[in-house]
Every structure is written in structure tokens, then in C-alpha cells.
Design a protein around this ligand. Structure first.
Ligand code: BGC
Length: 353
């Protein structure tokens, strides 16, 4: 009886220390929270796995959560991370502006927050941002279209449609603008024609980046504007999940010559489509690079060192310009996929087979 009581007292004391220090009972390790949006898209699984692996290798305990693309779930997961003593929290937001109350609570407990890949908006309590150069992703896509069609020399005109990302994701506008800024002069001169007339971000956005939503919009466009045999020469898609929707729509609703289609992420389904000529290119963002950078940031924060950033101008979240580290995106197509995806160990040949 007495021994039980003593054991209970020791356990309570250990739990209290855990709550205060953020160290897991017995492990003595600092805990880092990692909040990811969804398991539905391949890339976030890779991001989460890489972050967990790298953080654990660096000696941290990791609380990795996926929020099933549900904002309320993500909010409560982040609040749990705050209450369970995480020392730093890394967040890839579902909707950039929806986590304000959690960010305020983190700040009150002096827990630094790193926005991961997507900027956290409209709140000053965002300490750092690590991402890929999002505008450059769009520039790579637009430049590919410009070069492939040789827009400066070819007579044209060429028909083009756009499919962009989720309006709640700050990245989506950067991708769209990066591509549109390259193509705009040719649209204005009439060398590129947006047959549907839908050329603003709002008109071409895809809520939640959903493949099915991109597919049904593409089906509508094809039946409304291309059923008479008009060719669509380019479909500028901001990422792979939306490109997949467009590719599905073209497979069943279109008989013309196959368009140039852009993407981003090198998702397995899209790499397979690239190899079968159903998608022209993608943009490779090596999630291992981003994970390593974020682990470096976490360590620098916890050691009180200067945190390495390379951009202090671009990412204004409405309340502050968030110091950022931008990794470089890489052009990918059927010609270089072996080097960048297989030789680098990102995928195995079996996965793409
Ligand atoms: C990411 C993209 C991804 C998209 C959909 C964006 O925030 O930067 O890589 O394709 O979300 O998940």
C-alpha cells in the first residue's frame, strides 16, 4: 500500500515535470509538433514521414498529426500540441487564416511556430516560414509553355486553359501569378487564346486542390467550348492533383490533339502519366530538402542560435513579413525523371512501374 502511494507520487511528479518541460516521461527529449493537412495527397505523407525521420534522428520526440483536410481538426490538434508541451510547432495549414487562436495560445506560452510549405496568414505569431520558391514554380511552368510552343517565333494562335489551386492556400496565388506573368504578354497579343474566357485566379481556382473538382470543371469547359472540334493546345495546371483531374477529363471528353499539360510535385500517378505522354512536365520539390531545412531551423531555435533564412521581403502574411527560407524547385519531365527521382532515391523503379 505504502509502496503504491510512493510510486503514485513519483508518477505524478514525473507527469508534472513533463507538462512543464515538454520532455516525454523518461525520454528527456524535447518534443516537436508537426501538423500536416491531409493524408489524401501523396506529398504530405512524404513531408510528414521525412520530418518525423529527420527530427527523430536529430534527437527530438515528434508528435506528427494529419488533420484530414478539416480545419477544426487541425485547430484542435495544434492546441493539443501546445498543451502537451511541444517546444516548437511546425504547421502546414489547411486554410492559412484559420489557426489564429492556436497561434495566439502558442505565443502566450512562448512556443515558436514555423509555417511549413504554406504561409500562416493574418497573425503576427508566426516566427518563420520554410517553403519552396512558390512564384518560381509558376515561372518554371509558364516558361515551359513559352519555350515548347516557341511563342516568340511561332505564328499561333494557340488555345490555352488554366486550372489553379485552393483559394485558402496562400501558395496558390503565387503559382498562378508566376505562370501567368510569363504568358500574359502572349495572351494580350492574341498569340494565346483563353477560349473559355476564364483567366483570373478566382475563375480557375480549385477548392482544396481536389482532383474531382478540377476534373468536373475541365469536363464542363471541354463540352462547352471544345466539343465542336476546337483544339486545346495547353492546359496550365498549378499542381499534379489538379492536372490529374484535367487528364481524366481529356481521356473521356475530348478527341482533339493532346495538349501540353503542366503540373507540380511529381506525384507517382503523374510521373506515370508523364511516362505515357499524358502530362508534359511537373515541378519537383524534394520534400527531403524542405524537411532538412526545417529540422535545422528547429535546432537553431532551440539552441538560441540565429535562424538561417534567405528571404525577408516576399511573404507578408497580412500582419508581418515572415522571415523565410525558400528552397529551389526543379523542372521535371520524362527526360530527366531518372536522374532526379530514381538516382536520388526519391522513388524506386517499382513505384513508377
Ligand atoms: C503545395 C503543393 C501542393 C498543393 C496541394 C500546396 O500548398 O505547395 O506542393 O500540390 O498544396 O496539396
Amino acid at each position: 500500500m505504502k509502496a503504491k502511494k510512493i510510486l503514485g507520487t513519483i508518477l505524478c511528479a514525473a507527469m508534472a515535470i513533463t507538462a512543464l518541460t515538454g520532455c516525454s516521461a523518461g525520454s528527456g527529449k524535447n518534443k516537436v509538433g508537426v501538423s500536416m493537412p491531409t493524408k489524401d495527397l501523396q506529398r504530405w505523407n512524404q513531408d510528414g514521414d521525412n520530418m518525423k525521420k529527420e527530427l527523430e534522428a536529430a534527437g527530438y520526440e515528434v508528435d506528427l498529426q494529419y488533420a484530414n483536410n478539416d480545419v477544426a481538426t487541425q485547430l484542435s490538434q495544434v492546441e493539443n500540441m501546445i498543451n502537451s508541451g511541444c517546444k516548437v510547432i511546425v504547421i502546414a495549414a489547411i486554410e492559412g487564416s484559420s489557426l489564429g487562436t492556436a497561434l495566439d495560445k502558442a505565443a502566450a506560452k512562448k512556443i515558436p511556430v514555423i509555417a511549413y510549405d504554406r504561409l500562416l496568414m493574418d497573425n503576427a505569431n508566426v516566427d518563420y516560414y520554410a517553403t519552396f520558391d512558390n512564384y518560381m514554380v509558376g515561372t518554371i511552368q509558364g516558361t515551359y509553355v513559352k519555350d515548347t510552343l516557341d511563342l516568340d517565333n511561332a505564328a499561333g494562335p494557340f488555345n490555352i486553359e488554366f486550372t489553379a489551386g485552393d483559394p485558402g492556400d496562400n501558395n496558390a496565388g503565387f503559382f498562378f501569378n508566376g505562370a501567368y506573368d510569363v504568358l500574359k504578354p502572349y495572351i494580350e497579343s492574341g498569340k494565346l487564346v483563353v477560349v473559355s474566357g476564364q483567366n483570373t485566379f478566382e475563375q480557375v481556382a480549385t477548392p482544396s486542390w481536389k482532383t474531382e473538382t478540377a476534373q468536373s470543371r475541365a469536363e464542363n469547359i471541354l463540352s462547352s467550348y471544345y466539343a465542336d472540334g476546337t483544339n486545346v493546345d495547353v492546359w496550365l495546371c498549378s499542381n499534379d492533383s489538379t492536372a490529374l483531374g484535367v487528364e481524366n477529363a481529356l481521356a473521356t471528353n475530348y478527341n482533339g490533339s493532346y495538349p501540353i499539360i503542366t503540373g507540380q510535385d511529381c506525384d507517382i500517378a503523374n510521373v506515370k502519366n508523364m511516362l505515357q505522354g499524358k502530362q508534359s512536365m511537373s515541378v519537383f520539390k524534394d520534400t527531403r530538402t524542405l524537411a532538412s531545412q526545417v529540422v535545422k531551423m528547429v535546432t537553431q531555435i532551440l539552441k538560441g542560435e540565429t535562424v538561417e533564412v534567405n528571404d525577408t521581403k516576399t511573404y507578408d502574411n497580412g500582419k508581418k513579413v515572415v522571415p523565410s527560407y525558400l528552397c529551389s524547385p526543379v523542372f521535371a519531365d520524362a527526360n530527366n525523371y531518372k536522374t532526379i527521382l530514381l538516382d536520388s532515391g526519391y522513388y524506386t523503379a517499382d513505384q513508377l512501374g
